[in-house]
Design a protein around this ligand. Structure first.
Ligand code: 9GP
Length: 797
């Protein structure tokens, strides 16, 4: 196993290479180089150092005939790659010295890289953390996804309302990838299936080409590097020369532009109505390309097809790649001439499926009409899969039902393991969405609680805390996070708590400076930073938070000289463009912010800020600076959460419900270091069955009633009484997510937070205890769980 030795990569050798790349790769003279030029030169210099470990890992995998893991995901929310490389190669200090010697501001150079926003939120970010852990653990793996030309949209606020514009991360040179024009596969759609002598053959109506782009993903200390292979869609034929010669320039490029559409944009949501046909094509496109690539590699090693599951483990990240089941069967039967039944068995033994949500709208279904038109052969194969399933278990949980092809059922039936992403979620998967299938296939569902990479989400984003930890327990915790428990004996040590507190304060100042410079916001850094950062969604209940803010404002105004705990409420997150109510919630937060921040009586005690365009890089600034982590979803709705882990790990105790991984976080950090409120998942179900539960909750909560009346009276909307009619009607009459029922309990928990925060030393102790006890939530632990219990893919080490 090759290991980069930072001692041999000196500031001088980096400097020489940076200058060389500036001159020969960019054709720039140092005197005229821009920030962008310096960044590209530095990135190429760093990339050079990734290539050797990458080659060595690939060689070792081939030579040892090691089993490979393939992670198929529509999303990889990787953010800035330069940071991953610098941190994992331990070149931060040397790169800084080299850049300074060249007269450049190292931080500005690193911050110049645009975020690769190839994901919406938790699911995509988890995939990025998993890639980091797979490499750190030296498990041979490929991530497969789509090389979207435009990642998640950019968010701007106009009069408090979310506006979206196309994101263009590829407009600048993207140096981390290697284009592989020779790795290209045809992907077919449409047409029809012809059957002759019982032999089916698919005659497609349309073909595009999937072309590979590889990014090495290097693990901790550069000991191993895997590959993230993203597919770009290209036309099968460049353009129609005949039309062009006739002068029909637009007509000549129609096919090309239709093909490219497939990898043009990331859908800004996985839970709303989208361009269904395009989405289905995207899913099939990257799954089919990945499977062809996997089979080609497998066969090139001389294995017999029957041994596929011994050498290959495929993980389906949510239902998006669930078409892998029928596609793998199709390749085995139509291309490699296996019989249908053994092909289904072989595919099933190779595939596994992770469920990330119980929200019914996110469990994909395609209308039979659309599905059979785009993928006619797969439609037939699914009928075979369904028949084999009936045969096996003798009962009729259907994949095709009521005119729909149900991808959750398909993924389940075609997987050898199905897992949820937190203990509670996995139990609910067994009891609710897949209760019938769980009874038919007992033992198939298991749990793998999510985790986060400590390299990125502690070591890299929080240098101040990193130093305190290393000064206290030494180094080596970055790839053995449970070692954080060695901090425990120091939790009553004044020197340690002082150092911990100083780190938090410096992070708050760093955030305040950035918010001032980038967003023109001024924050009181002595106040508690109370942070809710995540996609805007009713179940995540940002509206519960803002209603509590209004109620607190009212209380402060009624008694301005009271013993208040100053707070800054910080929101971050995007709403899917078509999600009207979520967009109203955004506007409400901004309207409330405007009113409160102008109130001379309260503004030093309660401030609301909502910087636009939340992304991974913003999270890296917000998380280390947070004092309080808001994890307030309706119990039973958040599958796991990973922001909850990042915040707690970085010393931000949670106020939260018993939902997702909050349950396990509370078990680890201790109930005295977690502010619990709200109904449990089973209480939620019971309350929802009660008559007029929302109106009753409002009636008996004077604070909530008043806050709702203020909104209705236009107090935050310049007298406009209709602006928030949708939010209000929703809360009074369709409060599916029980904001109203949890309000009082949440308000009380916040007052417990206030009291606890006033004891500054006690609070620092709680924060540090969170850090000390969060070691279990490393994505290394999660990946070990997958490797042992699902993939049977050991580390090469
Ligand atoms: O909503 C879940 C989130 O709770 C979880 O942490 C994340 C990673 O497992 O997946 C999210 N699910 C989706 O984004 C869509 O299924």
């Amino acid at each position: 196993m090759l290991q980069i030795n930072p001692e041999t990569v000196t500031p001088d050798s980096l400097r020489t290479d940076i200058e060389k790349h500036l001159k020969f790769s960019l054709g720039k003279d140092a005197a005229h180089a821009s920030l962008y030029d310096w960044r590209i030169a530095l990135s190429l210099t760093l990339r050079d150092r990734v290539v050797e470990p990458w080659f060595a890992s690939t060689r070792q995998t081939y030579e040892g005939k090691h089993k490979r893991v393939y992670y198929l995901s529509m999303e990889f929310l990787i953010g800035r790659l330069i940071e991953d490389v610098i941190i994992n190669l331990d070149l931060e200090e040397n790169a800084r010295v080299a850049m300074n010697a060249l007269g450049q501001d190292y931080h500005a150079v690193v911050a110049d890289e645009p975020d690769a926003a190839l994901g919406n939120g938790g699911l995509g970010r988890l995939a990025a953390c998993f890639m980091d852990s797979l490499s750190t653990l030296a498990i041979p793996a490929y991530g497969y996804g789509i090389r979207y030309e435009h990642g998640l949209f950019e968010q701007h606020f106009e009069n408090g309302q979310q506006m979206e514009s196309a994101e263009a991360w590829l407009e600048q040179r993207h140096v981390w990838e290697f284009e592989r024009p020779e790795v290209a596969y045809p992907i077919h759609f449409g047409g029809h299936v012809r059957t002759e002598n019982g032999q089916a053959s698919w005659e497609p109506g349309e073909t595009v080409v999937a072309s590979a782009h590889d990014t090495p993903t290097v693990g901790w200390q550069g000991k191993w590097a895997n590959t993230l292979r993203l597919w770009a869609a290209k036309p099968a034929a460049l353009f129609d020369l005949e039309s062009f010669n006739r002068g029909d320039y637009i007509g000549a490029s129609v096919a090309e532009s239709l093909a490219r559409t497939i990898s043009r944009v990331l859908y800004p949501d996985d839970t709303t109505e989208v361009g269904k046909e395009l989405r289905l094509k995207q899913e099939y496109f990257f799954t089919a390309a990945s499977l062809q690539d996997i089979l080609r590699r497998f066969l090139s090693e001389g294995h017999a097809l029957a041994t596929l599951p011994d050498h290959v483990a495929i993980q389906l990240n949510d239902t998006h790649p669930a078409i892998a089941g029928p596609e793998l069967v199709r390749l085995l039967v139509d291309v490699h001439s296996l019989e249908m039944e053994p092909a289904i068995e072989l595919a099933r033994a190779t595939l596994n499926y992770t469920n990330h949500t119980l929200l019914p709208e996110a469990l994909e279904r395609w209308s039979e009409g659309l599905f059979s038109r785009i993928l006619p052969r797969h439609y037939q194969i699914i009928q075979h899969i369904e028949a084999a399933h009936f045969e096996r278990v003798g009962t009729q949980v259907r994949i095709i039902e009521d005119g729909n092809v149900k991808m959750g059922e398909l993924a389940f039936i075609m997987a050898s393991h199905v897992n949820g992403v937190s203990a509670l979620h996995s139990d609910l998967v067994k009891e609710t969405v897949f209760a019938d299938l769980n009874a038919l296939y007992p033992g198939r569902i298991l749990n793998q609680t999510n985790g986060v990479t400590p390299r990125r989400w502690l070591h890299a984003c929080n240098p101040a805390l990193r130093r305190v930890i290393t000064d206290t327990i030494g180094t080596g915790w970055q790839d053995d996070l449970e070692r954080l428990s060695e901090l425990e004996p120091n939790l009553d040590d004044t020197g340690f708590l002082d150092a911990y507190d100083t780190a938090k304060r410096s992070n708050k100042q760093r955030l305040a400076q950035w918010l001032k410079a980038e967003h023109g916001m001024s924050l009181n850094t002595d106040a508690m930073f109370d942070v809710q950062i995540k996609r805007i969604h009713e179940y995540k209940r940002q509206h519960l938070n803002i209603l509590e803010t209004i109620a607190l404002w009212n209380d402060i105004r009624a008694n301005p000289d009271g013993d208040w705990t100053p707070r800054v409420k910080i929101f971050g997150g995007k709403a899917a463009p078509g999600y009207v109510l979520a967009k109203s919630i955004i506007r409400l937060i901004n309207d409330v912010a405007k009113t409160l921040n102008q109130d001379p009586v309260t503004r030093d005690l309660l401030q609301v800020v909502y910087p636009e365009n939340y992304n991974v890089s913003m999270a890296e600034l917000l998380i280390p600076a947070s004092d309080l982590s808001e994890q307030i979803s309706t119990a039973g709705k958040e599958a796991s959460g990973t922001g909850n882990m990042k915040l707690s790990l970085n010393g931000s105790p949670t106020i939260g419900t018993l939902d997702g991984a909050n349950v396990e976080i509370r078990d680890h950090v201790g109930e005295e270091n977690f502010f619990l409120f709200g109904l449990t998942a089973s209480e939620v179900e019971a309350r929802r069955a009660e008559h007029a539960y929302a109106r009753n909750a409002i009636k008996y909560s004077p604070r909530l009633s008043m806050a709702l009346e203020q909104i209705a009276a236009g107090e935050f909307s310049g007298g406009d009484k209709t602006r928030y009619q949708d939010v209000l009607t929703n809360l009074y009459d369709h409060d599916y997510f029980l904001v109203t029922c949890d309000f009082d309990s949440y308000f009380d928990a916040q007052r417990r937070v206030d009291a606890a925060y006033r004891d500054q030393r006690g609070w620092t102790r709680k924060a540090a205890t969170n850090t000390a006890r969060m070691g279990w939530f490393s994505s290394d632990r999660t990946i070990r769980g997958y490797a042992e219990e699902i993939w049977n893919a050991p580390s090469v080490r």
